[in-house]
Design a protein around this ligand. Structure first.
Ligand SMILES: Cc1cc2nc3c(=O)[nH]c(=O)nc-3n(C[C@H](O)[C@H](O)[C@H](O)COP(=O)(O)OP(=O)(O)OC[C@H]3O[C@@H](n4cnc5c(N)ncnc54)[C@H](O)[C@@H]3O)c2cc1C
Length: 533
């Protein structure tokens, strides 16, 4: 540096605890996982160090590579990952973020895992895909008792054991899902892959899939047309006798983001599969997996927003312009506070949904009804907010935010994904309308949750349209989510956050971009609460 001194550049955000997050910790306690807080802080402290941040960068910079054949020309269909990917996966599985809550009798086990996902996903989002699918596969697999008895003990394991080998010889397994085909992803009933009974209790699959992520997983749930209609099958990559099942990976997707994670186009040809659930009930069976991955979409989007927000606040506190720290500039403070409100609303909703899942799986029927509607609304709206929040947070860093090393471009590229997969925006909103019609008890449970705490929330609830049609589906889903978020904030967040949320998101005293909070909001307190520690 012979020409100048480096001045006014913020230090990197390292040496903090990602889990030291007031909104998160209060929610963990409230939703019944206070016992997990020490582990959460350990995970958050690790995530806040330089090494995992390097893993995140490397796993995305050195992308997975498809190896179709070995050196002798044998088909192998493997994907090679950078060691950084394996390091991230090892921590995630070891921290119990994959299948382990299904093997944990403690109340709040799913909440503890959700909080861990929220925390560790802030380090790197791509590897959360196989972690999430492994978590989600268990309830669906339980529709085939024998298969569940065989594989569940390894899906709930905390051992990350990569590589294609016979499943039962491994210390832990990962699972994926193959639904989407070229001609349709939302409308999976259009699947053309066939499944023919082999006469010995299994089926032979023939066809293709257009998006199958994490193809190095050990097991997949795959939809295919059996004699009685669309059905769900367990497809292992390696057969019990050690030979490879046919899983020909044509290519890997060249994606906008999520680049650390491999998403593939596999072909099945005489591929062995075992029926899960009844023949003809494929959608009903796999939807139990999809319900769990939808929860993870909400957690992932809340986590992505929080990761971007903490970077923005950190930068604005250290960077000065026109004689003051950016965070002290009134216009910037309004932006940061507005982002912080959106982030906290997403966090409390994600954790409330995780609590509902936890209690529903322990037999609470009211929570089961509540989660049906609330996850659909949350998946629609929280995922929709992520690109907007991340884009604005990126701008808080100015030009530095546009540069890869800041980490914000990665967060930005990853931001639209949760809204696309596991039910894209419209499909999610339409699903919500279907739930409304088929399960009126879900709306009753939703009303019981949100009503009676605050007149502003009650007024918004009373103004909900009674029978929205398809064209109004998005608006209805958004409103349902915002009302639920408001109700959670008025009960559980400081008044500064809750009042600002109600004034803007419920009552509409707001602009069309972030940074348009009305006068009278205690922006300083809101930013202070959200700052990384
Ligand atoms: C990175 C990535 C990884 C993925 N991994 C997997 C995976 O592991 N396994 C898997 O099975 N799939 C996977 N997918 C596929 C994903 O689930 C689908 O892309 C998604 O479900 C949408 O399906 P589609 O792409 O066929 O779009 P389409 O179904 O063609 O939908 C296109 C658009 O039309 C809208 N739409 C559809 N129906 C209606 C309607 N009735 N009214 C109004 N609008 C409608 C949708 O909301 C969407 O916006 C992945 C996708 C991505 C991007």
């Amino acid at each position: 540096m012979t020409t100048h001194e480096v001045l006014n550049q913020p230090p990197p955000l390292v040496g903090y605890d990602i889990a030291q997050d007031a909104a998160l910790l209060a929610a963990v306690d409230r939703e019944g996982a206070g016992w997990a807080v020490a582990d959460l802080h350990r995970l958050g402290t690790l995530g806040g160090t330089a090494e995992p941040q390097r893993w995140a960068d490397q796993a995305n910079r050195y992308e997975p590579r498809l190896i179709t054949h070995d050196r002798y020309g044998n088909r192998v269909d493997e994907v090679e990952f950078h060691p950084a990917w394996h390091a991230l996966m090892d921590v995630a599985v070891g921290a119990g973020l994959a299948g382990s809550p299904w093997d944990d009798a403690r109340a709040g086990a799913h909440v503890a895992r959700a909080a861990g996902m929220f925390t560790w996903n802030q380090v790197e989002a791509g590897h959360s895909c196989p972690i999430s699918m492994t978590y989600a596969v268990v309830p669906a697999l339980r529709n085939a008792k024998d298969l569940a008895a065989t594989y569940e003990p390894l899906l709930v394991s905390r051992a990350y054991d990569p590589g294609l080998r016979p499943p039962l010889g491994k210390r832990g397994l990962l699972a994926g899902m193959g639904m989407t085909e070229k001609q349709g992803g939302s409308d999976v009933r259009a699947n053309t892959t066939t499944a023919t009974p082999d006469g010995a209790g299994a089926y032979r699959l023939r066809g293709h899939k257009w998006f199958t992520s994490a193809p190095m997983c050990d097991l997949f749930l795959v939809l295919a047309q059996a004699p009685a209609g669309l059905s769900c099958f367990l497809v292992p990559r390696v057969l019990p006798d050690g030979t490879r099942n046919v899983f020909r990976i044509q290519r890997l997707k060249d994606k906008l983001g999520n680049r650390s994670n491999a998403s593939s186009e596999p072909e099945f040809d005489d591929t062995a599969g075992w029926l899960v659930g009844d023949e003809g009930q494929g959608v009903r069976t796999i939807i139990e997996m999809v319900a769990m991955t939808r929860l993870d979409c909400v957690i992932g989007s809340a986590s992505g927003m929080r990761a971007a927000l903490t970077q923005a606040i950190h930068h604005a506190r250290h960077r000065r312009a026109f004689g003051r720290a950016l965070a002290e500039q009134p216009a910037m403070r309004n932006v940061l506070a507005d982002l912080a409100i959106e982030s906290e609303a997403a966090t409390v909703l994600a954790m409330r949904l995780a609590g509902a899942v936890d209690r529903a799986h322990r037999g609470d029927e009211a929570e089961q009804a509540f989660r049906r509607l609330a996850i659909a609304a949350g998946k629609y709206w929280v995922c929709k907010r992520q690109p907007a929040v991340v884009g604005e947070a990126l701008e808080c860093l100015g030009g530095n935010g546009y540069v890869e090393e800041s980490g914000l471009p990665r967060l930005y590229r990853d931001a639209p994904l949760n809204s696309i997969w596991e039910g894209s925006g419209n499909v999610q909103a339409l699903d919500l309308l279907r739930t409304l019609r088929r399960s009126p008890e879900a709306l009753d449970a939703y009303r019981a949750e949100v009503a009676g705490h605050d007149p502003r929330v009650d007024a918004a609830l009373a103004a909900l349209p009674r029978d929205p049609d398809e064209s109004a589906a998005r608006r209805f889903a958004e409103r349902l989510s915002v009302i639920l978020q408001a109700s959670l904030l008025v009960r559980h967040a400081p008044a500064a956050v809750a009042d600002a949320f109600c004034a803007t998101r419920l009552a509409g005293d707001w602009g069309h971009a972030f940074g348009t909070l009305p006068a009278g909001v205690d922006q300083q307190a809101i930013v202070e609460r959200a700052a990384p520690r």
